[in-house]
Design a binder for this molecule. Structure first.
Ligand SMILES: [Zn+2]
Length: 370
């Protein structure tokens, strides 16, 4: 359990913030704000930062270990066994153990094994399990108001999943700060949080990440998990762009099932174009491989690179030979543009409950004409 997210290395773009916050705690006249919000899109490392800080705040030896919890005192042991008496986490499914493994090889393997039906089911179940109800907030009250010695911490992960009643109950707690009690809210979609909640918590500046720091981190991490040779610097830049600059999300993308099917996409496209494969057969085949959303994401990435080559630039992908594939035939820009806009329309149509099979069939017909 030494790889638990409580004791993981500090992410390089969070060093300054870590130093600032821990210095405040260690300076007797200053202290940490009562309620903190870690907000922003997925893949910035918000959770990694919060769990690490929680472990350090609770650590009995933190003064001797300013860079992170010691990992061996009573408090750190309790965290490892998931039985810390001074930590409450909502919703209950958000215990950090699963978060810690989300970027590991094991997570990758198990994600690959998941069938489409599984992932659909778990998405619906996950959403229900993440809801924070008013009773959950009320159940925190004795813990918050019990008084006594030592720091107590509540973490509300997916804070935007609070019901209105839960948010109102939490507001009361936010208005009555208790000594030694700290609240951490985490949210991937802070726009969904009530403005009254947002105005009573202090937001951690976790969003701005220096591009070269992000590039270095993704390059280094992918270099140690996948074959270093196959990932080009341009490819890493592209992954980061696709992930809107969020380094952990870029790493997830590189390890996503759809990303591993780029060569297959190229083979399908060429077979469709040459008439060796019918659109229906290709559609049936891909429906068993990827969800339509994933296939659209994959197609968008491939089209982006085909456009690069059309412009005379080199392919961003070292491990897929697009340049060779495009030697004899290059689709025109207007064809590419119309397919890109078709992909966007398909995405919207899917939100209106258009059938996956229907959308797949149509996309394959369009690919055959590209
Ligand atoms: Zn410790």
């Amino acid at each position: 359990m030494t790889d638990s997210i409580y004791f993981a290395p500090l992410l390089p773009w969070q060093k300054t913030l870590w130093t600032q916050l821990t210095a405040r705690v260690l300076t007797p006249v200053q202290s940490l704000p009562h309620a903190l919000l870690a907000a922003g899109m997925q893949g910035l490392g918000k959770r990694a930062f919060v769990w690490r800080l929680v472990a350090w705040l609770l650590c009995r030896e933190r003064e001797q270990h300013p860079l992170g919890a010691c990992g061996s005192c009573d408090s750190c042991q309790w965290l490892k066994s998931g039985t810390h008496p001074s930590l409450q986490v909502l919703p209950n499914v958000s215990m950090p153990i699963s978060a810690a493994s989300s970027h590991s090889q094991e997570a990758l393997k198990s994600a690959n094994k998941k069938t489409k039906a599984d992932s659909k089911f778990s998405k619906a179940a996950d959403k229900a399990a993440l809801t924070i109800k008013v009773d959950d907030i009320r159940a925190l009250q004795p813990f918050i108001y019990q008084g006594g010695q030592g720091m107590r911490i509540c973490v509300l992960d997916h804070a935007e999943q609070m019901t209105i009643a839960a948010a109102n109950a939490l507001l009361k707690t936010l208005e009555e700060p208790q000594a030694q009690v700290h609240l951490f809210l985490i949210s991937d979609t802070p726009a969904k949080l009530l403005p009254t909640i947002k105005s009573r918590v202090q937001q951690l500046p976790l969003q701005s990440i220096n591009t070269s720091t992000a590039l270095d981190y993704v390059t280094h991490t992918l270099g140690s998990t996948v074959n270093r040779e196959v990932v080009s610097p341009t490819q890493i830049e592209q992954l980061l762009q696709l992930a809107n600059g969020a380094p952990l999300a870029a790493i997830d993308l590189a390890q996503a099932v759809w990303y591993s099917k780029r060569v297959l996409w190229l083979t399908t496209w060429q077979a469709l174009r040459s008439g060796k494969r019918s659109a229906t057969a290709a559609s049936d085949y891909w429906q068993a491989q990827l969800s339509i959303g994933e296939f659209i994401q994959l197609t968008e990435l491939m089209l982006l690179d085909i456009r690069r080559i059309n412009l005379g630039l080199s392919s961003s992908q070292k491990d897929v030979d697009l340049t060779a594939a495009l030697q004899n035939y290059q689709p025109s820009d207007s064809l590419l543009e119309s397919l890109v806009s078709n992909l966007q329309q398909t995405r919207m149509a899917l939100q209106q409950n258009v059938q996956e099979k229907f959308a797949y069939d149509k996309l394959m017909q369009q690919l055959a004409q590209l």
